[in-house]
Design a binder for this molecule. Structure first.
Ligand SMILES: Cc1cc2nc3c(=O)[nH]c(=O)nc-3n(C[C@H](O)[C@H](O)[C@H](O)COP(=O)(O)OP(=O)(O)OC[C@H]3O[C@@H](n4cnc5c(N)ncnc54)[C@H](O)[C@@H]3O)c2cc1C
Length: 425
């Protein structure tokens, strides 16, 4: 690497960081991408890991292998602990310090419990691969417990309560219902699986906020017709070791509460001492730079960016991918002494799968698909965006197998949840 070239440090190898890194690869800069993990995670399929449809390796790809052909890119596996904007360096958890000329911050979000009692102690979340495997382990353990003592079913051993009726909550609920009533029903005959329940709780009046009314109704109808309970207009008030208390006074005995009701900015944003908006997102200038620090760009879920309609951009993969490209182009512009350009998000639509042969997809130009067509659109797009040929082949093979055999092969307990009832991550 040339010693005199500007050093661009990219924090996070998620959708935003990876997109920025790829776009920076052809520029006269040296790039270091730092991530706490050695892989890029494809979070839209995380719920399938939690519900035994896919294995963890199917949806993750080694960062080093993704960028190995880029001669100006280095990878560092470490967690960034703090950032000194004035001195222009970051401190890593391995005790090292990395200086930069340009910084791209793409560290994403973490689950937010909004102060609801018991979430931190008793609820599972779904933001990381270990969290997904832990949830799968835990649920499968409950079936083993119920097989030993079927009376536990009445105490909620086989009841999963999901807090948050957005796409992740809907996808999880649909997948758990299929896992319970189609797959595990064959493994645990005689356990009383008719009493296994999946309940989705949404504080607002409709599932899938942000989708059209038709999609919201479709999601509810499909989930209920497949056996899931849907509670809208009530929130999770607290979670205890025994179950979930709702704000309408109801109580659902449950051994498994899953909290997918909200996220907030990665805590590294809090220590920057800059303006933060909703959910701790870092307020950025129109060109995605940090006000007062033209050498720093913040992208993806971490960035608080207001779109053309005056609303904050959604926290979705396309915003991060497009933002990564814009940040790289703006760094290129700065290198050439040219003005940077504002970020314009091109909306490519939203979609959520509800279960086998059922999804809703709302695409640009008013195109809307549901049912089998929506599901096929969902499958194809997710396969296209998955990184790595091996991952694509593996996911496609698993999906084909699951579809044809009505099976979900990854229902092994690998032991991440040895202290039962103590979720972590
Ligand atoms: C379960 C789930 C389902 C989703 N489904 C969809 C969907 O269907 N469609 C869609 O468009 N979006 C979906 N999203 C949202 C989408 O994944 C995010 O909008 C997108 O990942 C944001 O990209 P990002 O680069 O900002 O953050 P991320 O992709 O989350 O990447 C952040 C990276 O930073 C790393 N990191 C974090 N902290 C540190 C640190 N201190 N030091 C070093 N590295 C660090 C992380 O390991 C991670 O690799 C989903 C998200 C989740 C969690």
């Amino acid at each position: 690497m040339g010693a005199t070239r500007p050093h661009v440090l990219v924090v996070g190898a998620g959708f935003g960081g990876l997109s920025a890194t790829r776009a920076l690869a052809g520029l006269p800069v040296d790039v270091t991408v730092v991530d706490r993990n050695n892989y890029h995670g494809f979070w839209p399929l995380l719920y399938q890991v939690a519900t035994a449809g896919l294995s963890a390796d199917d949806i993750a790809h080694s960062v080093r292998s993704i960028v190995r052909d880029e001669r100006n890119v280095q990878v560092r596996m470490a967690a960034v602990e703090s950032i000194d904007l004035d001195a222009r360096h970051v401190e890593l958890d391995d005790g090292h310090r990395l200086a930069y000329d340009y910084l791209v911050l793409a560290a994403g979000t973490v689950p937010a419990d909004f102060g609801v009692p018991g979430v931190a102690d008793y609820a599972f979340t779904l933001k990381t691969l270990p969290a997904a495997v832990r949830l799968r382990d835990h649920v499968l353990r409950q079936f083993e417990r119920a097989a030993r003592d079927p009376s536990l079913v009445d105490q909620g051993a086989l009841t999963v309560v999901i807090a948050g009726g957005g796409p992740t909550g809907v996808e999880l609920a649909g997948a758990f219902v299929e896992l319970f009533h189609v797959v595990l029903a064959k493994d645990y005959a005689g356990v009383g699986l008719g009493r296994a329940r999946v309940v989705l709780v949404e504080m607002g009046d409709h599932l899938l906020p942000g989708f059209s009314v038709a999609s919201q109704q479709e999601a509810r109808h499909v989930l209920e017709s497949r056996g899931a309970g849907v509670r809208v207009g009530t929130a999770v008030g607290s979670i205890t070791a025994d179950g979930v208390h709702l704000t309408d006074g109801g109580f659902i005995p449950s051994a498994t509460a899953v909290w997918v009701a909200g996220v907030r900015a990665n805590p590294i944003a809090d220590a920057l001492g800059v303006e933060q908006g909703r959910g701790g997102q870092v307020t950025v200038a129109p060109d995605l730079s940090l006000p007062g620090h033209p050498e720093v760009f913040v992208i993806g879920d971490l960035a608080g960016f207001v779109g053309k309609d005056g609303k904050p951009l959604p926290q979705v993969a396309q915003v991060a991918i497009q933002g990564g490209r814009r940040a790289a182009k703006n760094i290129a512009a700065r290198l050439r002494g040219r003005p940077t350009r504002a970020f314009h998000y091109k909306d490519k639509g939203i979609m959520a799968t509800i279960g086998r042969r059922s999804a809703v997809a709302e695409l640009p130009l008013g195109l809307r698909f549901d049912g089998t067509l929506g599901w096929l659109a969902w499958l194809v797009l997710h396969l296209l965006y998955l990184v790595g040929v091996h991952n694509r082949v593996s996911v496609l093979t698993s999906w084909a197998w699951n579809y044809v055999t009505w099976d979900r092969s990854n229902r092994i307990i690998i032991g991440l949840d040895e202290e039962e009832g103590k979720p972590d991550g």
